[in-house]
Design a protein around this ligand. Structure first.
Ligand code: PAF
Length: 280
């Protein structure tokens, strides 16, 4: 049976008992508004771990825009219903003071990897992510933590943090789950105005086309203008970035060669969409 836990003291009691029994613990950190992408992470955790915790916490520290935080979907009951068939052991829904108690004064910050892409457009975002993820790793005592490749930069940043801080947790990457038309699943998709939904899949189509051309030796700089024009024609308001990066350290690339990732962020109907695909 799934337990709904709201305090770190209750969580600790539970995890301590599991560890005493020699059981492994997997965690799937989320901000709720669960979709099939999250559920695929839970399935991966269930397949590899004796115990699975799903955390649901809309983390104020990672929102650089108060309106974005206020509008972020909060759907706890519906999330519990979606998780029911997967029979996780714990859904951990901490109140803000369980994560950031009075006097909280610590920040976990990864340099380098966080400086471009989303980091360049969302000041403080990754510090908020790494701080809360470090807390969630500590509170859950997880042996493995599951993150989607959809947030590719986040995945690299969290992996770096865990390695740099010698955290005893394996960060497990899981493939992006897509809608039938290719749109990457995201909690933000539910905020897309209905008249923009069909256009949203253009982002993935553009990335796929560019990846094919890059694979044929084309230079990113030669492909970018047509890609941006295709997005604008489809109804996107603004392209924030459209970049080719080395898969591991996210160093900028102009052509395919070493394992690489093509990453984009663009605004449609007031919603910021991100996506990425492997190149080469
Ligand atoms: O990817 C997310 O939903 C969040 O950034 C995470 C990892 C749960 C931290 O708040």
């Amino acid at each position: 049976m799934t337990a709904l836990i709201r305090t770190r003291a209750d969580l600790r009691r539970c995890v301590t008992a599991w560890k005493r029994a020699g059981q492994s613990v997997g965690v799937v950190p989320t901000m709720g508004a669960l979709h099939a992408g999250h559920l695929s992470l839970v399935e991966a955790a269930k397949a590899a771990c004796d115990r699975v915790i799903v955390t649901i916490f809309v983390n104020p520290a990672q929102f650089n825009n108060p309106a974005d935080l206020a509008g972020y979907p909060r759907t706890e009951e519906a999330d519990a219903v979606k998780l029911a068939p997967l029979a996780v052991d714990v859904i951990y829904v901490p109140a803000p003071e369980e994560i950031y108690p009075e006097g909280f004064a610590t920040k976990v910050s990864v340099t380098g990897l966080t400086e471009g892409l989303c980091g360049a457009h969302r000041p403080g975002h990754f510090d908020g992510v790494t701080t809360v993820v470090a807390k969630l790793f500590a509170q859950t005592g997880a042996d493995r933590a599951y993150f989607g490749e959809k947030d590719y930069q986040q995945l690299q940043v969290v992996t770096r943090m865990a390695a740099d801080l010698d955290l005893p947790v394996e960060v497990v990457p899981c493939p992006t789950v897509r809608e039938p038309d290719g749109l990457a699943m995201s909690s933000r998709n539910m905020r897309l105005p209905s008249e923009t939904r069909a256009a949203a899949a253009t982002l993935y189509r553009v990335l796929t086309g560019m990846a094919a051309d890059l694979g044929q030796g084309a230079a990113l700089a030669d492909l970018r203008p047509a890609a941006e024009a295709a997005l604008q024609e489809a109804g996107f308001d603004r392209v924030e970035y459209l970049d080719l990066r080395a898969a591991r350290d996210l160093a900028p690339l102009d052509r395919a060669g070493p394992p690489a990732r093509l990453l984009a962020a663009a605004w449609l109907g007031g919603v910021r969409l991100i996506d990425n695909i492997a190149v080469g």
